[in-house]
Design a protein around this ligand. Structure first.
Ligand SMILES: Nc1nc2c(ncn2[C@@H]2O[C@H](COP(=O)(O)OP(=O)(O)OP(=O)(O)O)[C@@H](O)[C@H]2O)c(=O)[nH]1
Ligand SMILES: [Mg+2]
Length: 217
């Protein structure tokens, strides 16, 4: 009887687990974001920015919400490391793509990489949030400016592709861009971080991927 009740209790109180990958160029602020999420949601605070160096490989963090566990995977963004991202695509439930809204010189590099993320078939139907980080900086582009910059970049890309070879998967990308959510945050001071986690929480619950399937499971 005890085991039956224990099993029932475990079944009723079991939390669904979802994996969220955080990707973007090196220096975009992914690890700073992950550590800020830990500080905001966990009893043990995350690392402060002065303790964070470039990521070689991955960092992880877990956030426990009512009925749900979100497991975050922060992946290194340096050029040579980006080719491991795709190994996480099959088993993730959401993607947060972080862009440095302050670094105008690297925006187009960021869009080039973002474009390759959008064209990955494994995550075509996975919730994807574009995070415009560093909003605390007076030089940062706003959410509207970031969206516009991406749309302009994309338009140029489509036009130049029309003149040369084909641009593979353009229809899928266009749909995705039309419904793309962009949120402004500051990983340093925490502005917008809870709103971004809320977005991910709501979207993973509504998405069709099996919650028990996940990275590392
Ligand atoms: N002003 C400002 N700086 C930030 C913010 N988030 C991160 N930074 C700074 O940006 C730099 C890079 O931050 P990281 O978190 O290491 O960047 P990353 O995306 O993890 O980089 P990789 O691990 O190399 O992929 C650091 O100097 C951070 O302090 C922010 O919200 N505002
Ligand atoms: Mg990092």
């Amino acid at each position: 009887m005890y085991h039956l009740l224990k099993g029932l209790h475990e079944h009723l109180t079991r939390k669904e687990e979802f994996s969220v990958i955080i990707i973007g160029l090196d220096g975009a602020g992914k690890t700073t974001l992950l550590e800020k999420i830990k500080t905001l949601y966990n009893e043990t605070p995350g690392l402060t920015p002065d303790k964070i160096g470039p990521t070689v490989g991955q960092n992880t963090g877990t956030v426990t919400l009512p009925s749900t566990i979100l497991q975050f995977w922060d992946l290194g963004g340096q050029r040579g490391i980006r080719n491991i991202w795709h190994k996480y695509y099959d088993d993730c439930h959401a993607v947060a793509y972080v862009i440095d809204a302050e670094d105008r010189e690297r925006l187009s590099e960021g869009w080039e990489v973002f474009d390759s993320v959008l064209s990955a078939p494994q995550i075509l139907n996975v919730p994807l949030l574009l995070v415009a980080n560093k909003q605390d900086s007076p030089n940062a582009l706003s959410v509207e400016e970031i969206r516009q910059d991406y749309e302009d970049w994309h338009q140029r890309k489509v036009e130049s592709a029309r003149r040369s070879a084909r641009y593979e998967g353009e229809a899928d990308r266009r749909d995705r861009i039309a419904s793309l959510d962009v949120m402004g945050i500051s990983a340093i001071d925490g502005t917008g971080v809870k709103a971004a986690v809320d977005w991910l929480f709501i979207r993973v619950q509504n998405s069709r991927r099996d919650p028990q399937k996940g990275i590392g499971r």
